[in-house]
Design a protein around this ligand. Structure first.
Ligand code: HEC
Ligand code: HEC
Length: 227
């Protein structure tokens, strides 16, 4: 009885301690930029140890943050900075998994508290306000033609767990992770969010951008069904 009581109060204490003001700075800021500004020079971009979270509230879906933090999976197949995790293979460059660390997992209480804090970080609401996404759908084939053949996005992004490029974040989970207006805005002008990102500004048209938002929806539903 006594033991149970002590354990319960220790757990309760650590949950409130984590949820307290400043925990993001203490626990997360060694790898993530929380307070901005985002990387302005190549040197700062290459030094990043994790994705920028200073605009998290305008980027992620809150429910996704809560569940991912409890069971983190790899999103960038070659880590934050591609060149740091590559070795030369027989045919081409290969990822060296021994150089990639697993992300720390949080309890439900901590994940919920941290996600609520992250959702308050909202620079660039003006950029999101410009994106209007009418409901609609697209065939997977039309999406893939545009993504791969017409616009060359496949060079850097996976559209299935082992299919596509390795230097950017996987995109078959994009619709689960990201707000649709953020996806649209980032494709329109990646440098407006991350001045030193490797993703090129291809001058995407409104039509293409909406197609991509719908395409990622199709891919997310498909990968959810496969699990
Ligand atoms: C040792 C460095 C390190 C620490 C400490 C760390 N992270 Fe991360 N985090 C990373 C890396 C690297 C990724 C990218 C993982 C991937 O792409 O596979 C990441 C990804 C994330 C993501 C997903 C974002 C995205 O766009 O992929 C969230 C949310 C996140 N971290 C939150 C946190 C929180 C909250 C804390 C503090 C409790 C924390 N992290 C502590 C390195 C770290
Ligand atoms: C040269 C490589 C490259 C190409 C080509 C490229 N991207 Fe990216 N993309 C990236 C990188 C790297 C990021 C991560 C942003 C960052 O933190 O710098 C990214 C991020 C994204 C994101 C946000 C995902 C997230 O989890 O943050 C979307 C959506 C996206 N790209 C879509 C596209 C589309 C659509 C195209 C084709 C028009 C494209 N990308 C072409 C490298 C690329």
């Amino acid at each position: 009885m006594m033991h149970k009581f002590i354990l319960a109060s220790v757990l309760a204490f650590s949950a409130t301690a984590f949820a307290a003001e400043g925990s993001l700075q203490k626990e997360c800021a060694s790898c993530h930029n929380i307070s901005g500004p985002v990387a302005q020079t190549l040197k700062q971009a290459f030094a990043k140890k994790g994705p920028d979270l200073s605009y998290a509230g305008n980027k992620y879906r809150q429910d996704w943050i809560v569940s991912w933090l409890q069971k983190p999976t790899r999103i960038r197949p070659a880590g934050m900075v591609y060149g740091d995790h590559i070795k030369h293979g027989a045919k081409s460059d290969e990822i060296d998994p021994s150089t990639l660390a697993n992300h720390k997992a949080l309890s439900t209480a901590d994940a919920t508290a941290v996600a609520a804090e992250l959702m308050q970080l909202k620079p660039h609401s003006d950029l999101l306000a410009k994106e209007k996404i009418e409901p609609g759908t697209i065939t997977k084939q039309d999406g893939e033609m545009n993504f791969d053949k017409f616009w060359g996005c496949m060079a850097c992004h996976l559209i299935e767990p082992e299919y596509g490029g390795l230097s950017g974040p996987e995109l078959y989970t994009a619709a689960k992770r990201l707000q649709p207006e953020f996806i649209a805005s980032f494709i329109r002008n990646p440098q407006a969010w991350e001045p030193k990102t490797w993703m090129p500004n291809k001058g995407a048209s409104d039509g293409f951008i909406v197609k991509m938002v719908r395409y990622f929806d199709v891919l997310s539903k498909e990968s959810a069904n496969a699990q």
